[in-house]
Design a protein. Structure first.
Length: 142
């Protein structure tokens, strides 16, 4: 995590590296692309244990604040959040301060969704899922 001089978060990056890198096919490259002979091995992601996150969400007009906690001993990988209507369709457009993120064991995060069209999201729900996080929906409190 990158912080400014006051300690506020500026950027957060999380990388999953493979023990086997991509193998590029330089002999068959074109000026705009180099094909891949073999792809990196990310099969270890399939061995991640299932994680159940602690989730709460609050709606305030055209914004949603989400509190997430991972009280397990495992990584919650590649978590996706969506605010959905009664039919399960994403309410768009939406601006998240972060999405498709990972939560380390013991970590908590707060995320905010803003709806620039001014949509009132009362009655909507928060859909949560991830690589090793089972899909769930959480009602929005006000």
């Amino acid at each position: 995590m990158l912080q400014d001089t006051s300690g506020a978060e500026v950027a957060r990056n999380f990388y999953w590296l493979s023990t086997e890198p991509d193998v590029l096919d330089y002999e068959n490259n074109l000026w705009f692309v180099t094909p891949t002979k073999e792809f990196a091995d990310f099969t270890a992601l399939d061995d991640l244990p299932e994680v159940e996150l602690e989730v709460s969400a609050t709606a305030d007009g055209s914004a949603v604040t989400v509190q997430l906690g991972n009280s397990t001993d495992a990584l919650a990988f590649f978590v996706e959040l969506r605010v959905v209507d009664g039919d399960g369709n994403s309410i768009l457009p939406v601006l998240w301060n972060d999405n498709y993120f990972s939560i380390l064991p013991g970590e908590s995060r707060e995320l905010i969704a803003s709806f620039p069209a001014g949509d009132d999201v009362s009655g909507a729900t928060l859909a949560v899922q991830g690589w090793n996080v089972g899909a769930m929906e959480v009602g929005l409190s006000e």
